[in-house]
Design a protein around this ligand. Structure first.
Ligand SMILES: C=C(O[C@@H]1C=C(C(=O)O)C=C[C@H]1O)C(=O)O
Length: 358
């Protein structure tokens, strides 16, 4: 190689390192700007500011690069700076695994959700009577399970559909659960009902329709009780994580995330089970993840394969609905299992003796 080429390449090395240093210096400033924007609640992306910078660059460009070329390079830098601001925010999130690398285990009366073993949350869609819940509690206990779900407050699409038994429903659940040493998972709709619910439930459920009910999230975050947060019908994984962040930000870190299917164009199932959300949530957050196979599929014939898929992909628990007489159920009658179906379902899953995280 000629001496001249060696010299020029040396110059190139030095200039490249200078650019690198300046680029990272710029990155640091972008991060500081990002923090300020976060504090002020301002959007990170600012196209007007980017336009100003591109104009400034154009007015100072003496070549040899074309202005359009330099602008193209700077657009890439803006994009990378925005990513840097985003990453910085993510790192700060309490739900983030970057913040807390080890798994959160939510202990519900001795049932350690998130410990690497499969757990099951079973029960009727809605609490209808003591007799109904008692029958379900019996079979749940018989199978060696410890968690029972049931809705006392029902957020229904139509205001004319059964709205649940309310407080009476919670009392029924508590009584039937206590008779079999079960823990109660039940949805609360109103922030003002959280305190009252503490006497009856072991896990406060926040339903899909309330995933962004921020007052409810804050109320659930300010008590010392596990919370099962369902993903909203049309919520992105990021929005879901931010909803959980509302609970943790209030001081309650006992949060279980629940994938329950999202709304897509597909009509073959009631919702579309976003199975890949499970490993993404496990990777991005330290919280346990549950899959609700009933609401995601809305089809009895898909409950077992969906539960197997959930366990195989790393879910910490499976939630499904069971009713002593689904045909006369006051809600979700087509998708709840009857008792023999529940036995078959559980046998198929328990006999596998799957250890989730090998
Ligand atoms: C750094 C900022 O945030 C973003 C990144 C920009 C950049 O890298 O120059 C410009 C505008 C914003 O889209 C800012 O607003 O100044």
């Amino acid at each position: 190689m000629s001496n001249e080429l060696v010299d020029l390449r040396k110059q190139m090395d030095e200039i490249s390192l200078k650019i690198l240093e300046l680029l990272n210096e710029r990155g640091n400033v972008a991060q500081q700007i990002g923090k300020l924007k976060e504090m002020q609640g301002v959007k990170r992306f600012d196209p007007v500011r980017e336009r100003e910078l591109l104009d400034l660059i154009a007015s100072h460009n003496d070549g040899p690069f074309e202005t359009s070329t330099v602008q193209h390079i700077f657009k890439q830098i803006f994009k990378a700076s925005l990513e840097l601001q985003k990453d910085d925010n993510r790192k700060a999130l309490l739900v983030s695994r970057k913040k807390k690398p080890e798994d959160t285990i939510v202990n519900v009366k001795g049932e350690k959700i998130g410990d690497g073993n499969p757990h099951f949350i079973m029960g009727p869609c809605a609490v209808e009577s003591y007799e109904q819940v008692k029958k379900v509690a019996e079979v749940i206990a018989e199978k060696g399970l410890t968690l029972i779900r049931g809705g006392a407050f029902k957020p229904r699409t139509s205001p004319y559909d059964f709205q649940g038994l309310g407080l009476e429903g919670l009392k029924i659940l508590r009584k039937a659960a206590d008779e079999h040493q079960l823990a109660v998972v039940s949805e609360i709709l109103n922030p003002n009902d959280i305190e009252m619910a503490l006497d009856y439930v072991d896990v406060i459920q926040i339903g899909a329709r309330n995933m962004q009910n921020f007052d409810l999230l804050k109320a659930a975050g300010s008590v010392n009780k596990p919370v099962l947060l369902k993903r909203g019908l049309a919520a992105t994984i990021e929005e879901f994580m931010y909803a959980a962040e509302y609970i943790l930000a209030q001081g309650n870190s006992q949060v279980i995330l629940c994938e329950r299917g999202i709304r897509t164009y597909e009509r073959a199932t009631r919702n579309t089970l976003d199975i890949s959300a499970v490993p993404i949530l496990k990777k991005e957050t330290h919280l346990p993840v549950v899959v609700d196979v009933t609401h995601s599929t809305g089809r009895k014939d898909l409950l077992l394969p969906a539960a197997k898929a959930a366990m195989a992909i790393g879910a910490d628990a499976v939630m499904a609905e069971v009713h002593p007489d689904p045909a006369v159920a006051l809600s979700d009658s087509a998708q709840q299992m009857n008792i023999p179906e529940f036995h078959e379902f559980m046998d198929a899953l328990l006999n596998k003796k799957t250890k989730i995280h090998s």
